[in-house]
Design a protein. Sequence first.
Length: 239
Amino acid sequence: MKFIPVKTRAILPPKDDIYSVLDKSLPQLREGDVIFITSKVLAIHQGRCVKIRPGALKERLIKREADRYAHSHLKTWKNLYLTIKDHTLIANAGIDESNANGYYILWPRRPSALAKEIRSYLKRKYKLKKLAVVVTDSHIIPLRHGTLGISIGFYGMEPLYDYRGEPDIFGRLLKHTTKNIVDGLSTMAVLLMGEGDEQTPLLILRGAKFITFTNKDTHRMSVVAPKNDLYAPLWRAFK
């Protein structure tokens, strides 16, 4: 399989058009491609940008945008909030100032619905039956330095591979294991798209034979309610 980063023009806040970018930048798509798009450019497409000025307090925006939040009191992380936003643990509700030209850029609204919309457009344009679109962002996992990629919405693919009921190498039946395909691929996509001035907010995954494409909304299959989560004891500190 191949990961193909796609360079684009600068996508400018406070509002820009993702469809003009897709039309100009994407090569001919093929049956079975998966398109990864960074959440930031989709937020700009939706106009989800707030000018940084006195009175436009980031803390207020974070509390407004987060589903749940907890303030970090470490001096090294001044004004940082750990938040849950759209079933994702993310710093500061995903609000970002990098590559933002003087704006706070929020997360896009209803990213899976937007992925579905973009997928429908690309399927019609390239006359495809099997295509998926994944919206990505970078985040930090506990007890590790550095950022990794994660999906915050997607449409057109099954997100998990279920091993439950299958044997391990010694014949023991697996009871709990499911493989997270969509976030594993998002990690590689974000790594290759970059976080600086690469100007590659799009990436095509081609030739991944293990992906099951679907016309159903499968995003809910990949998320866990906080009360049922493995890390549920941690969420008690969140408001």
